[in-house]
Design a protein around this ligand. Structure first.
Ligand SMILES: Cc1cc2nc3c(=O)[nH]c(=O)nc-3n(C[C@H](O)[C@H](O)[C@H](O)COP(=O)(O)OP(=O)(O)OC[C@H]3O[C@@H](n4cnc5c(N)ncnc54)[C@H](O)[C@@H]3O)c2cc1C
Length: 459
């Protein structure tokens, strides 16, 4: 990788690729780094593989293929297998398969996406338990679906689960139940935004097709479910849950759970960026001006990393951010940038408005964090919900204090898996709002790095 450039984009998902194309078109010297070997991010990675045709609807597939082709034609340098793990001023630290390197860029854009909300529950470490994203990734990369033997139980709340259910149905995998953890009140309040869906008819039709396939397959949908647990010896054998105060059991060898997607705030937070709390989706996100500019000079955020709006919106958010960066660098006159970016701003705003319906209808139910005391919350340090609650009783009332008291969040994942649950459990125990509880503070390096590599770059 070159040592110096106008713009380094971290993340080659739809947002990073969109930003790279527009920034390059404005004449910027741009490079894109991604920890994966291929471009495309979570939705368009391996887009040339035939199995993707069963995963994405025709229109999304076309949009993705066009984006990938445009990026390849743009001539922007792509650095695969390159993880960015730190940043100080304009210096960025990264590691590839062959080297650790310090580079500098006038502007840095983090388009590092979102990840599935990690929700602990009893038995979530048992083989046979998947998140919907992991199950989809297995299908996309290996053409395999995660079923040792039927039946499969789906559980949670979010659009990804619908898409996965349809893939299972299409591949003849029986689903014994869909346990819906969403709140009825969220579905009601989402009605106020229902009309927005009709502004994107292809998206609406795609959603309807998924819903109809699930109904046609007679998948039993059980609503108002709480207290999910996976039980078994070496593998999942049954799923236990509560509905209307009664405990139920279902035989299952596979449990797939999904509770929505949240922005990856580890990097923005460890850089000291201003964050805000979304009361509907219950996640922290970096404050931006809508074009990717953040509270830090020269550091930009776009795509799902700034707020979760989905794959197509991420592309247009990326394009718009690429133009904003060109404008800030003064390489292209403001008036020209405005003219060039107009179309993308319109597309971005439309999709973000449409997404409001999904944001409300799939609002997570905080009850999902009301787990039994013996549930492991921090998988790295094996800290249970009971230990977290005990720490709160002893007077530790924010994630940082509970981390010090219990070691929860001190492991190699640096709180990525338990930070959210830790804060939610503290909020439940103290009765404080999540905004008051705060977050498990993130620190650099963003990703684990060998001490020798760290020292080599800081010598
Ligand atoms: C299984 C699955 C199916 C989906 N299906 C759909 C769908 O059908 N329709 C839809 O609209 N949306 C879908 N989504 C959501 C969609 O994937 C996201 O909205 C979209 O990918 C967001 O794009 P992005 O560019 O913001 O982030 P991402 O696509 O997540 O890309 C971020 C990139 O950053 C890289 N990265 C992260 N950290 C670092 C680092 N420190 N150093 C270097 N690289 C880093 C990652 O490797 C990744 O490639 C799906 C998501 C998943 C997980």
């Amino acid at each position: 990788m070159a040592d110096n450039m106008d713009l380094l984009i971290v993340g080659a998902g739809p947002a990073g690729l969109g930003a790279a194309i527009s920034a390059q078109a404005c004449g910027l010297d741009v490079a894109v780094a991604d920890e994966y070997a291929a471009i495309g991010g979570q939705i368009f990675r391996n887009i040339h593989l035939p199995c993707i045709e069963h995963v994405l609807d025709k229109r999304t597939l076309e949009i993705g293929r066009t984006l990938v082709e445009n990026f390849e034609k743009s001539g922007v340098r792509f650095h695969p297998n390159t993880t960015v793990w730190g940043m100080e001023g304009s210096e960025i630290f990264c590691k590839s398969l062959t080297e650790v390197k310090k580079i500098s860029a006038s502007k840095v854009l983090f388009a590092t996406g979102g990840y599935e909300r990690p929700v602990p529950f009893k038995g979530w470490t048992l083989p046979g338990v998947y998140t919907a994203g992991a199950a989809e990734m297995l299908f996309r990369s290996a053409g395999e679906l995660p079923t040792r033997k039927s039946p499969v139980v789906l559980c949670g709340n979010g659009p990804l689960l619908m898409a996965l259910a349809v893939h299972l149905i299409e591949h003849g995998v029986p689903i014994s139940a869909w346990l819906d953890t969403g709140k009825f009140s969220s579905k009601l309040s989402a009605l106020a935004y229902l009309g927005r869906i009709f502004h994107d008819m292809p998206y609406f039709k795609h959603g309807m097709r998924l819903a109809l396939e699930i109904l046609k397959a007679n998948v039993p949908i059980i609503t108002g479910v709480t207290n999910i647990e996976a039980h078994g010896g070496e593998f999942v054998e049954k799923v236990v849950f509560t509905k209307n105060g009664k405990t139920h059991e279902l035989a299952a060898s596979t449990l797939i759970r999904h509770e929505g997607v949240i922005p990856r705030i580890q990097i923005p937070d460890s850089l000291g960026m201003d964050l805000a709390w979304d009361t509907v989706q219950r996640y922290w996100y970096p404050k931006t001006d809508g074009f990717g500019r953040t509270s830090l000079n020269n550091v930009y955020i776009t795509g799902d990393n700034s707020f979760v709006h989905g794959g197509e919106a991420a592309i247009w958010k990326g394009y718009v951010c690429g133009y904003a960066i060109a404008e800030d660098l003064g390489i292209v006159p403001d008036s020209e940038v405005k003219e060039k970016s107009q179309e993308y701003v319109r597309k971005m705003e439309l999709l973000c408005r449409v997404r409001e319906y999904l944001r409300h209808v799939f609002a997570p139910n905080p009850e999902i964090f009301n787990v039994s005391d013996d549930t492991i919350v921090c998988r790295c340090e094996c800290v249970t919900a009971g230990e977290v609650r005990q720490a709160v009783k002893e007077g530790f009332t924010n994630p940082r204090e509970v981390k010090i008291a219990t070691r929860a969040g001190m492991g190699t994942c640096q709180g990525r898996s338990c930070g959210v649950a830790l804060a939610e459990i503290i909020a439940q125990e103290t009765g404080n709002k999540m905004e008051q509880v705060g977050i498990l503070k993130n620190r650099q390096p963003f990703e684990p790095v060998f001490l020798a590599d760290y020292c080599a770059l800081h010598a």
